[in-house]
Design a protein around this ligand. Structure first.
Ligand code: SF4
Ligand code: SF4
Length: 338
């Protein structure tokens, strides 16, 4: 195990930059965001959680797939090479680390392999970071994730006052940690402090949903007037889906300027009216409540039938950033009483 003083964070980031592109939390006007670090001094570990989840590292908001040039015969086209190169994702909170595994089910293990996702996952080292406080809107305990849960991280960081303790949990994490310049070896007391922090993680309590029977209940109340009531304030703005680490809807479109074009995929949202608009002009979800119901059902019922897990990690972002304060935890809790 290694350690460094928090004042030396920029030195650690600079050292990581020798190994690949580094993405870490950066303070911006309205909160913290995972950004590719150019200046090591921009990275911080003094944050609760980022506004957007780090899923864009593996699933960018816009990603080119094919480039083409239109000519008299048709078009010359070439796929955009898939090779992200080594990258390091630094300071990821435990629920976000777990979200990558849920997305693997869809993009890698569900029968269809998405080479764009797989390439970035394979090339990324994930450095997790324990929470030391709780936001009242989080509910990740629901999904058996705790505040200092190192599962899924290649390296996991724990704060001990002004010191950051770093332990490797995988072979690639160990190789990275051993090769970093300027880190000190941890003492036996540091090892104990790390273990104590991980043991104490479950003691930092978030809200907890009882999910027993929820998937079936949602199926049973599909036609209930509950959905109109629950979604009445919803603006269908899509914020909840864009900040969510486990929302994965996308659209693929061609953009052409004069003769040059690109086929790219971009995030989409089931909360948008046109999301389900078919080529015939028919739209099976014209009403706001239908789209709202879809989002809840997708996460808490359909994903459960398909993959056996709920597509949510309780990170609290959708509740924190919803402009009309719709709280997904309460929506599911109340659905149980219908
Ligand atoms: S963020 Fe809130 S208002 Fe916007 S679509 Fe989601 S639930 Fe509706
Ligand atoms: S649904 Fe909400 S709480 Fe659940 S993972 Fe997405 S943003 Fe987080």
């Amino acid at each position: 195990m290694k350690k460094f003083a928090i004042e030396y964070l920029s030195g650690v980031i600079a050292s990581l930059q020798q190994k690949g592109k580094v993405f870490a939390p950066v303070k911006e006007k309205d909160g913290f965001y995972f950004r590719e670090i150019a200046d090591p001094g921009d990275a911080t570990l003094d944050f609760y959680n980022t506004v957007m989840s780090p899923k864009h590292l593996f699933f960018p908001q816009t990603e080119d797939m094919i480039k083409y040039r239109i000519n008299k015969e048709g078009a010359d086209s070439a796929p955009v090479p898939i090779n992200s190169g080594p990258q390091i994702l630094f300071g990821v909170r435990p629920p976000d680390v777990r979200s990558f595994e849920l997305m693997d089910l869809l993009f890698e293990e569900g029968g269809i392999i998405d080479p764009y996702w797989v390439d970035k996952r394979k090339n990324t080292i994930v450095i997790g970071y324990a929470f030391d406080s709780v936001d009242p809107l989080d509910f990740y305990n629901t999904f058996d994730i705790h505040a200092a849960d190192p599962r899924g991280s290649d390296i996991f960081l724990v704060r001990k006052d002004r010191t950051v303790l770093a332990r490797a949990f995988t072979g690639k994490g160990e190789a990275l940690l051993d090769g970093l310049a300027g880190l000190e070896n941890a003492s036996a007391a540091d090892e104990k402090a790390f273990e104590d922090a991980v043991k104490k993680g479950p003691g930092l309590k978030t809200r907890k949903l009882d999910l027993n029977g929820v998937a079936k209940k949602l199926e049973a109340i599909f036609d209930a007037p509950y959905w109109q009531k629950a979604s009445m304030a919803c603006l269908n703005c899509g914020v909840c889906t864009f900040v969510c680490p486990t929302c994965s809807c996308f659209d693929i479109c061609d953009e052409t300027l004069f003769r040059d074009g690109r086929r790219c995929r971009t995030w989409d949202s089931c909360m948008f009216t046109n999301f389900t608009l078919e080529a015939s002009g028919h739209n099976p979800r014209t009403r706001a409540f239908q789209r709202f119901r879809q989002r809840i059902n997708h996460k808490f019922s359909y994903y459960v039938s398909k993959f056996g897990v709920t597509s949510c990690v309780g990170c609290g972002r959708c509740s924190r950033y919803c402009p009309v304060n719709i709280d997904i935890f309460s929506v599911v809790e109340k659905a149980k009483e219908v």
